[in-house]
Design a protein. Sequence first.
Length: 232
Amino acid sequence: MRDFRISVVVPAWNEAERLPRLLDALERCDPPPCEVIVADGGSEDGTAGLAARRATLVRAPRGRASQQNAAAKIASGDALWFVHADSVPAPSALAEILSALDDGARGGCFRIAFPPAERAAHPLMPWIERGINLRTLVTRRGTGDQGLFARADAFRQAGGFPPWPLFEDVALASAIGGSGRFAVCRGPLETSARRWLRHGAARTTALMWALRIAYLAGTPPHRLARIWSAAG
């Protein structure tokens, strides 16, 4: 897959503080992506201007599904890698994606690791990290925080991200995994634990699992999004 090209899509909203770390990390990747597209959802802190200087900027209505679909429409790569602005990939990340796709995967994600300082900020954080990775290995599915990737044709066949305010990433991972092999790359992909630390590690974990169970039981994502938003 020497000529296989990967487009990186980054949804962002008010991420001027964290976005430069991600862009720096992407520049260190070997091989590099063919392009980086930042989909801004109406930031008010200079995120759009920063992104325009270092990547391709797309503006879209706020919401990760809307933003990522807008960027995917203009992406030229043979595969798409969706990376949140508060993530930091390892230099080997794109090589791992290429290897997974070369082995026949339709898409996949990464194991995650919290930043060391955030991991040490609460005794539950190492267990939450391990739990996410174990769930991913058992179910062979991932979420947006884990850097979902897919062949461009698999993404289009899945219909992209559904226009939901929550669980759009879970729906896409399920659609891609249902059409072929879903790979879990070793990584790890460093991702922020700020939500857990800000709103309580145990409380946030319990809420996430409750919402996931409700989603699997058929509760509309828009209703679940209101609960998630009300919780902070």
